[in-house]
Ligand binder design. Structure first.
Ligand SMILES: NC(=O)c1ccc[n+]([C@@H]2O[C@H](COP(=O)([O-])OP(=O)(O)OC[C@H]3O[C@@H](n4cnc5c(N)ncnc54)[C@H](O)[C@@H]3O)[C@@H](O)[C@H]2O)c1
Length: 424
């Protein structure tokens, strides 16, 4: 039998400990269902044939980890509004992310327009979302006054620019990670644009709805851990060859896409969520080390970022005064995954309900640990109820920006640096 831990394309989430699920009913249900984390979950999962694959034909890490081993809440999803939010979706790249979160299946959503710069992808996204209206670009789509909200699933370097533009056009914004791409100025611009608009902004950080992180967050909020003394997170994704993607320079999809050789800590949200997403806190200071890579495209002379590192490991001071170790790597072959752990001053196990909220009929948890449907549902709910979404702009930037500073620190051999703070 193949060893899943040592398969570079395989995500192996940390199995939650028994004490993480305080209700006996959960444990009974998990046991009797005989399902395990990381294996296809209960509801509506895609077949392997439909999952996005890289150039070597391997399923892209994360999409095969559907989670869902914790039973859904017994409470059925309750409809509370007849409103249908009119949503526009941008981006149907190699990860086919535009259609992956189930906006098209939510009873309170109508996907009224979609876009991708590449016509064939635009057509596929329209088909996947059962939507007739298409625009040639996100820039054109956001001019449509009938659209209430957009989901930005384009290449990472375009997120901040498109999000700010959409907010300026009066649209709520959901975006794939990260919130900004290597730019502290963009972070401030995005923060100001959200505040000025008064609209909802949410970053779809998939780790936030991993079974374990979600449970730890609920328990943290209930005081079961006290402060978090130490936390750690990893995003290990081996790129022996570049994963093709959109190339903002050539405006084409090619092997020199935005991911090629990017500084690992510019993509820090999957790991940083294992502190920020649990506590709602932030990182205040960082010292980060990097190691030059033996993988050719991860060498400074071979990528557009002049990035010399294939792996970067950051030590953060947290806003609670604790410590956090967050690692992102593109050149470690074994142990691929998006996971983490938290350790608090206390370890109480009470009666906290750690089950994720119920989902509307037709919406499933989906990929990346059963997170997709929950992120979308949370965003829609926040818009309908006019409340703060789970990963709002402050939390999005408190997950993203520390990585940008961490990379600066790594370039200075671990010099301690202050991290900008975002508070709403
Ligand atoms: N676990 C996760 O949260 C996770 C996993 C995978 C990907 N992602 C994120 O999803 C996003 C998409 O990833 P991908 O690998 O599919 O990217 P990609 O580079 O393969 O594709 C990006 C697509 O966006 C389109 N696009 C770019 N600018 C546009 C514009 N102005 N208007 C309309 N379309 C535009 C491009 O034509 C392209 O098809 C990225 O931001 C990535 O970081 C997140």
């Amino acid at each position: 039998m193949p060893d899943p831990i040592n398969r570079p394309d395989h995500e192996t989430p940390t199995p939650p400990q028994e004490s993480d699920f305080s209700r006996r009913g959960f444990l009974r249900a998990v046991g009797s269902a005989g399902v395990s984390l990381g294996v296809v979950g209960a509801a509506g999962q895609s077949s392997a044939a439909a999952l996005p694959k890289d150039a070597e034909g391997k399923v892209i890490a994360g999409f095969n980890a559907t989670g869902g081993s914790i039973p859904a809440s017994e409470k059925l999803w309750q409809p509370f509004s007849d409103r249908k939010i009119r949503v526009g979706i941008a981006g149907y790249g190699i990860c086919a992310f535009g259609a992956a979160f189930g906006f098209q299946d939510h009873p309170n959503v109508e996907v009224v327009a979609v876009t991708d710069l590449i016509p064939s992808r635009r057509a596929k996204l329209a088909k996947a979302c059962r939507c007739e209206k298409t625009y040639p670009s996100c820039e054109e789509m956001i001019k449509d006054d009938t659209i209430d909200a957009v989901f930005i699933a384009t290449d990472a370097p375009s997120h901040a620019r498109l999000a700010v533009a959409a907010l300026e056009h009066g649209k709520h914004v959901a975006t794939a990670v990260p919130a900004v791409w290597g730019s502290l100025e963009d972070a401030d611009r995005l923060f100001d644009a959200v505040k000025k608009s008064g609209l909802k902004y949410m970053m779809f950080e998939t780790s936030c709805y991993h079974d374990d992180l979600y449970a730890w967050r609920e328990r943290y909020l209930a005081g079961e851990f006290g402060k978090i003394i130490y936390s750690e997170g990893e995003y290990f994704h081996y790129f022996g060859t570049p994963l093709g993607g959109y190339n903002p320079k050539t405006k084409k999809v090619d092997v020199n896409g935005w991911r090629k050789g990017c500084p690992p800590q510019w993509y820090p949200t999957h790991s940083n969520a294992y502190y920020v997403g649990v506590t709602g806190g932030s990182f205040t200071q960082v010292s980060c080390l990097g190691m030059p890579s033996i993988v050719p495209h991860l060498q400074a002379e071979n990528n557009a970022y002049q990035n010399p590192f294939g792996s970067e490991v950051a030590l953060f001071r947290t806003s609670e005064g604790g410590m956090s170790r967050m690692a992102v790597t593109w050149d470690i072959m074994n142990g691929g995954g998006e996971r983490g752990r938290v350790y608090g001053q206390k370890y109480e196990t009470g009666q906290v309900d750690v089950r994720k909220p119920p989902l509307p009929p037709g919406v499933s948890g989906g990929g990346h640990g059963g997170s997709h449907g929950h992120l979308m549902s949370e965003f829609v709910d926040a818009v309908l109820r006019d409340r703060k979404p789970l990963v709002d702009v402050a939390q999005a930037l408190n997950m993203t920006v520390p990585g940008i500073v961490a990379h600066q620190s790594a370039l200075k051999d671990g010099e301690w640096m202050n991290v900008p703070q975002y508070l709403l």
